[in-house]
Design a protein around this ligand. Structure first.
Ligand SMILES: Cc1cc2nc3c(=O)[nH]c(=O)nc-3n(C[C@H](O)[C@H](O)[C@H](O)COP(=O)(O)OP(=O)(O)OC[C@H]3O[C@@H](n4cnc5c(N)ncnc54)[C@H](O)[C@@H]3O)c2cc1C
Length: 431
């Protein structure tokens, strides 16, 4: 494998020990007794693909590489999403499926390349509404298959320049035409992948600021009336985020996933997978950082000893490791429960279960994104200069972990949602 940097700061022996193979081995040895044989076997299958892919294409993860070039091959293997049973739309090779399978897919891919994994995660967000609302309409199925098989990335357009956390009071408008099509006008922003995507799913409203009139649309970015520009996010320099101007954009009837009045429910049904997806990449970033720091601390010597032996290094590392292990178990348990409920009730979960899972998803997203920000930063520090130079993926982890708190609803918004859940629980409990 080539190397990601021009000037080498870390010695050969340590850099070689930080190979993808060894990093996978470390995480495998942590999770071997936690995963079932089937789960472990799928986790290893994705790892084998990533290792071969990295070797075959001489991938260095250096700044000149375009992670979007990798999408088609991962798509062909069915590694974009495993959340649902896609055999129902003719994609038979996407097995196993479910939240647990998607977690393991995400973890293996994030350890391979964290920015690439985040981009794939954003495509998944665009596939979920199509999965729920394709109604066997050919253009919708085509878009869904394109994204799941890596022919195109996908993006979700919720946020607007003036409406971020207050996402349900949109300003982008949609006006119904006599033939059932809609004309959209407005501006969207921070849409991960949009400049690289043929397909996006966007929300608009027939009356600005009225959440009860929100609607949801599938849009092809090659249509006239949508202009996509790239917004720079320096902490994820390889990802393309979009700012989209919609000017008299006509959306034909068959691309209307939910007309005015249905958009809010469609937005809310996507929240559990979205927040769990962010929790998955964030816990994966924790594993990536701990793995690098553990290998380094076991090999690097100062003052005559491995730095792991110095309590200033070894003890905080155990603190991050135990928190990461515990939250991995919590997330895995949530995913298992989610899969059980979907198996039992279908996609439409009973309200009480849904409410509890929305609160749990917020708890996990809140807790894990906060943890990854701390762990990635501190693990970098534990490695000294090696942790902040460009020789390893540690700087990717430090940077990307910093933004997970903002996306999918900021930490403050998760706290707001959780406080409302506490109010509901109080009313249910105190008679
Ligand atoms: C890297 C990245 C990727 C993203 N990807 C997507 C995407 O794919 N699709 C998409 O639609 N959007 C995406 N977003 C947008 C993201 O969801 C928003 O940035 C986020 O919801 C916050 O909105 P905002 O930036 O407008 O901040 P604001 O809503 O203006 O918030 C500013 C500050 O005020 C706080 N705040 C706001 N309201 C309250 C309140 N009621 N109580 C307490 N605190 C409050 C916030 O927590 C924050 O600290 C992405 C953003 C980033 C940075």
């Amino acid at each position: 494998m080539g190397r990601r940097f021009e000037v080498q700061a870390i010695n050969d022996e340590i850099l070689d020990a930080m190979s993808l193979e060894n990093r996978y081995n470390f995480v495998n040895n942590n999770l071997r007794s936690v995963l079932t044989p089937d789960q472990f076997s799928f986790f290893n299958e994705v790892q084998r693909f990533c290792k071969r892919f990295e070797k075959k294409n001489d991938i260095t993860h250096g700044p000149e590489e375009d992670v979007y070039d990798w999408v088609p091959e991962f798509g062909k293997k069915g590694y974009i999403s495993r959340f649902h049973d896609y055999s129902k739309i003719g994609l038979d090779n996407l097995q196993p499926y479910g939240a647990v399978a998607d977690f393991l897919r995400s973890l293996a891919i994030d350890l391979f390349d964290t920015q690439f994994a985040m981009g794939a995660g954003a495509t998944v967000l665009a596939t979920n509404p199509l999965w729920e609302h394709h109604e066997n309409i050919p253009v919708r199925l085509e878009a869904l298959r394109d994204m799941l098989t890596g022919k195109s990335c996908g993006a979700i357009l919720i946020t607007e320049p003036e409406r971020g956390s207050d996402a349900t009071h949109m300003l982008t408008t949609c006006e119904e035409q006599p033939d059932g099509s809609f004309i959209l006008n407005g501006t969207k922003i921070f849409s991960t992948n949009a400049p690289k995507s043929d397909w996006v799913v966007a929300y608009a409203t027939s009356e600005a600021n009225n959440s009860n009139t929100m609607a949801q649309f599938l849009i092809n970015t090659n249509w006239e009336g949508i202009d996509v520009q790239r917004v720079g996010i320096p902490w994820v320099p390889k990802l393309y985020l979009g700012k989209e101007e919609l000017v008299n954009l006509r959306v034909p009837k068959e691309y209307v996933l939910g007309g005015p009045g249905r958009g809010k429910a469609h937005l809310f049904e996507g929240l559990i997978p979205e927040r769990i997806g962010i929790a998955m990449v964030s816990i994966s970033q924790c594993w990536g950082a701990i793995t690098l720091a553990t290998i380094y601390a076991n090999m690097r010597e100062q003052m005559g000893k491995k730095i792991l032996i110095w309590q200033g290094v070894g003890f905080p590392l155990t603190d991050y490791w135990s928190k990461t292990t515990n939250l991995t178990l919590a997330l895995l348990k949530f995913c298992e429960l989610y899969d059980e409920k979907i198996e039992k009730f279908g996609e439409e979960l009973p309200n009480i279960i849904r409410q509890t899972m929305v609160a749990s998803a917020s708890q996990l997203k809140y807790h894990i994104t906060n943890l990854s920000k701390e762990i990635c930063y501190e693990c970098g520090n534990l490695m000294g200069g090696a942790g902040v130079c460009d020789n390893t993926a540690m700087h990717d982890y430090m940077n990307i972990s910093r933004i997970q708190e903002v996306i999918g609803g900021t930490s403050q918004i998760q706290q707001y949602i959780m406080s409302m859940s506490l109010r509901t629980l109080y009313k249910m409990s105190v008679l």
